[in-house]
Design a protein around this ligand. Structure first.
Ligand code: ZN
Length: 382
């Protein structure tokens, strides 16, 4: 039995289809065909709004879901990080209940696949229910170089626990300001690692640290008694400093990019050369507004043909886990971006970034991408 679906408009992951197109979907959610209405026969279901493939959330921290509403807005990243460290403890029941309801929220908001940052194993029980596809980014931090071995050994234990359940798992660095070169090299060289993600240029303090070894992070590390002795500023931006540690054939998701400048993008283009499509710019606008009330220079990034994807970040820095809401926030602040382009970022680009475009991201025969209806809100149809 097929369902025949049509709507005011259909977006197929790449573009809006000609009017009167009909999507044929079988009972397993597999895309069977896309036909003109004249060939589709009877029993076509019509929806007011736009039909789109399910959304890909390229950046989330499901394990922080219990922090929803706990951290005040507009404190800046450094205060935010301090509060996360203090507030993240909770009972097992609080943590697991919040994880389950955050996942339900993502499902209801049309999300089908998630790139999820994990510092611990708290999300494994929920993820094994397989309601959503996850790429687990097992995240490690450690600024003093002498910590690199111990931190890496410790995160390997978390990694192996995920790996017994999920093949799509990799070890990733937290951020330029929180990993030493020694630790970064261990991560990049780890043979199993195919896909890497890193929080990038989320605060101007990161730039100040890398250029001058001063600013808020120096105070932050002093407050937590963390040694910065081995860190030598090279006078470059953080991205230009760390990028040579990565491999150009290894896909990399740069998350946030609020203070990324044109010189950084030019540098990245030169570094990656023909393999620049391995570099993804992940935008999380609601989280940027929540934490520091500012947004990346999206116009400059578009003018440089960056490869965009979208993330929600966690409920610690967002009131909801909804990619459609992120799209609408981007549309509101950057009115010149066509809806078609924003939807591409949220569907096929995200699926390519998480290496699941064989299943998700577009209405193409044989895929099971999910079907969502967009209008005033978002609703899962298939
Ligand atoms: Zn994050």
């Amino acid at each position: 039995m097929y369902r025949k679906l049509t709507a005011t408009t259909i977006f197929n992951g790449y573009q809006f289809l000609p009017k009167d197109s009909v999507l044929l979907v079988d009972e397993n959610g597999t895309i069977v065909d896309i036909l003109p209405a004249t060939e589709a026969g009877n029993d076509v279901e019509f929806f007011e709004g736009t039909l789109s493939p399910g959304f890909i959330n390229c950046h989330c921290h499901l394990e922080l879901s219990h922090l929803k509403g706990k951290i005040e807005k507009n404190t800046g990243l450094i205060d935010f990080l301090g509060k996360i460290m203090v507030e993240r403890n909770a009972t097992d029941v609080e943590i697991s209940t919040a994880i389950a309801s955050a996942e339900t929220e993502m499902l209801q908001n049309g999300i089908v696949a998630v790139g999820d940052i994990c510092n611990n194993t708290n999300t494994i029980p929920q993820k094994t229910k397989q309601h959503l596809h996850y790429h687990n980014f097992i995240e490690v931090a450690g600024f003093p170089a002498e910590m690199a071995n111990a931190r890496f050994e410790k995160i390997l234990e978390v990694y192996h626990q995920f790996k017994t359940h999920f093949s799509k798992t990799s070890i990733v660095p937290h951020a330029p300001y929180s990993v030493s070169t020694a630790l970064l090299q261990k991560i990049v060289d780890y043979a199993d690692n195919k896909l890497i993600s890193i929080h990038n240029q989320e605060t101007i303090e990161e730039t100040i640290l890398f250029q001058k070894k001063s600013g808020g992070f120096v105070d932050f590390y002093r407050r937590f008694n963390i040694s910065m002795e081995a860190f030598e500023p090279k006078g470059k931006s953080s991205l230009q400093d760390i990028l040579p540690n990565f491999k150009i054939n290894q896909p990399l998701l740069l998350v946030h990019n609020v203070f990324t400048e044109e010189a950084d993008v030019q540098y990245a283009k030169t570094f990656y050369g023909d393999l620049i499509s391995n570099l993804y710019i992940c935008l999380c606008p609601n989280a940027n507004l929540y934490i520091s009330n500012c947004l990346p220079n999206v116009e400059m990034l578009i003018n440089n043909n960056c490869n965009f994807v979208i993330g929600t970040d966690s409920l610690a820095s967002n009131d909801q886990l909804c990619i459609y809401n992120e799209i609408n926030v981007l549309k509101k602040h950057f009115t010149f971006i066509p809806m078609e382009q924003l939807l591409q970022w949220a569907t096929i680009n995200g699926a390519r970034a998480l290496e699941v475009d064989d299943v998700y991201g577009s209405f193409e025969k044989g895929k099971t991408p999910g079907v969502v209806l967009l209008g005033d809100g978002v609703r899962r149809i298939v």
